[in-house]
Design a protein around this ligand. Structure first.
Ligand code: GLN
Length: 557
């Protein structure tokens, strides 16, 4: 039975004036090593709690010093995920949104850099009245405030907090200390994700690293309520017993988290071990019975999809799944929707530019291509050549932000017979007259415009034109999608391009800025200034990805 949803107000005062805090917190830490999939584990627990009927919100606490990940290279840190309210965040927020299907916000992301910036600004203002500012209590208090504020802002019943990094990292200590304090002030359930490494020589999984990471937690005064034990092989019962005994965690709360085939399996596998009930017991949530049917259907659909379809991803960071994580997830779920499995074929745009025969061969064997977002001039001509190939050979093409700009530049060059047409972004030396910019800074924004803080970020409205591919995909008049870009289509070329067969099928109503372009008389060649991938969900692939994949599948028959 799904529990009655309680309305919770974390800021409410009890009659005695004491803070009454009804939000329950689930904290997730990681031990042994990084890259164990803590974001997916957190999201999966969130998905299960949502399936119990609770309102779930998630916050990622990142111990690094950047104020936000907006300036970090996708090479190092993976994609920058953008929320509706325009926060540039860690890619884990994408997992949260995909699994829990709730919008995250700027409250979902906190870094050491942000905490220190806020505390130091207060210090400068004189808020601390001559006191000595210290990590404990000032930084730890600021961390606790950030967590509780996020809970209050979101109105969540269950507030999940993922601590970035690995237990034992120097940077992570203030966050763990804040959690230690919260354990006696709030209702907290602590999940610790670890690894049982496999030793080939002795053919066995080992528990010692897990024991040591729990010992490290104990040193800080933390004691996990649950251990998720990641392993690449089935964990024998005796080892789970051993983890329970040595780490002092009830046996039922040591949950094997084996490497799985599809993301659908993760929440299902956790719940197979009654994860919701174990958490519910500790947090007094009453009897819980999560409805996992959506996940079961997803798994079934995934398993049924046998045929694979190769889709080219023409980009700069080839081979780095994390750099285009949301794009890849969106392609995969759109393929599953059409009963296929997507094979992502990485095609490096610079190699296309250099006419590398292998790269071209790879591109040509694909049944559709996606040109994702990006910044800077590197590899641009390769992407334009790929777009030309898609247009002339009628290969389905989906352009995401930069990919939409590429589509338009290629079309403009071909139809207006002018090789010089380009984007202001690619005219680094300023040699090309502005009249040749197909894509440019908005008029009036040219001079002295800096790189920092100039992106159009977050959700904007877009009005769709009837009778277009975009309209066919969304089936509504108006949509809202997320942006992260600096340049816009040049309206002064609009009429000329329309006359040649380019359709501007989406427009930001207040400004007449063009948001979606598509090519008439083509199976599917469409690009959007926004990033549809951020709103694609495993159970609900994004309309543009779904329609693109529909065209791929249709063409294949
Ligand atoms: N570099 C382009 C711009 O700033 C595209 C950005 C993107 O693809 N996100 O407009």
């Amino acid at each position: 039975m799904v529990p009655q949803k309680q309305k919770i107000n974390t800021r409410a005062k009890s009659p005695k004036g004491k803070k009454e805090n009804n939000t329950k917190f689930i904290i997730v830490t990681g031990g042994v090593c990084s890259s164990l999939g803590k974001g997916i584990a957190t999201s999966s627990i969130g998905a299960i709690m949502k399936a119990c009927g609770f309102k779930v919100f998630v916050q990622k606490l990142d111990p690094y010093l950047n104020v936000d990940p907006g300036t970090m290279s996708p090479f190092q840190h993976g994609e920058v995920y953008v929320t509706n309210d325009g926060a540039e965040t860690d890619l884990d927020l994408g997992h949260y949104e995909r699994f829990i299907d709730e919008p995250m916000s700027k409250w979902s992301t906190v870094t050491t850099g942000k905490i220190y910036t806020d505390v130091l600004a207060k210090e400068r203002r004189g808020d601390f009245l001559g006191g000595t500012i210290q990590v404990v209590p000032h930084i730890t208090n600021a961390i606790k405030e950030a967590i509780r504020e996020a809970a209050a802002q979101s109105g969540a019943d269950i507030m999940m907090v993922e601590i970035g990094g690995t237990v034992g990292d120097i940077e992570g200590e203030p966050f763990l200390e804040a959690i230690r304090q919260m354990k006696s002030e709030d209702q907290v359930f602590h999940v610790h994700l670890t690894l049982l490494p496999y030793l080939k020589g002795s053919k066995e999984l080992k528990t010692k690293p897990t024991q040591l990471s729990v010992r490290e937690l104990r040193r800080i005064g933390l004691h996990p309520d649950m251990i998720l034990a990641r392993a690449d092989y089935k964990i024998p019962k005796e080892l789970l017993d051993k983890v329970s005994r040595f780490c002092d965690v009830p046996r039922e709360a040591v949950i094997p988290a084996l490497t799985v085939n599809s993301i659908y399996d993760v929440p299902l596998n956790y719940q197979k071990h009654d994860l919701a009930q174990i958490i519910g017991k500790k947090l007094d949530l009453g009897p819980l019975n999560p409805d996992m049917s959506k996940w079961e259907e997803g798994r079934e659909r995934y398993e049924k999809a046998e045929k694979t379809v190769p889709i080219a991803l023409v980009g700069k960071y080839t081979g780095l799944d994390d750099a285009y994580l949301s794009v890849i997830e969106a392609i995969k779920s759109a393929a599953v929707h059409h009963g296929r499995k997507a094979e992502i074929v990485w095609v490096e745009s610079e190699k296309l530019e250099q006419k590398d025969p292998e790269a071209w061969q790879e591109l040509k064997r694909c049944k559709g291509m996606v040109v994702p977002g990006g910044f800077g001039i590197r590899g641009i001509e390769g992407k334009i050549a790929a777009a030309k190939y898609a247009r002339t050979q009628k290969i389905p093409y989906l352009g995401l932000c930069l990919g939409a700009q590429i589509l338009t530049i290629e079309f403009a060059r071909a139809m207006l017979k002018d090789r010089e047409l380009t984007s202001e972004e690619f005219d680094e030396e300023g040699k090309i007259p502005p009249s040749k910019y197909v894509v440019h800074f908005l008029p009036g924004q040219h001079k002295g415009r800096a790189k920092g803080g100039t992106l159009r970020l977050g959700a904007y409205k877009c009005k769709l034109k009837e009778g277009t591919k975009a309209y066919e995909a969304y089936e509504v008049d108006e949509i809202e999608e997320r942006h992260r870009h600096r340049y816009e289509f040049n309206n002064s070329l609009r009429k000329k391009l329309e006359d040649k067969g380019l359709v501007f099928s989406g427009e930001w109503p207040e400004t007449q800025l063009m948001e979606i372009v598509e090519i008439r008389n083509h199976p599917f060649m469409l690009g959007s200034q926004f990033h549809p991938e951020f709103k694609s969900r495993p159970h609900r692939p994004h309309p543009l990805f779904r329609t693109f994949m529909g065209a791929v599948v249709e063409k294949r028959k």
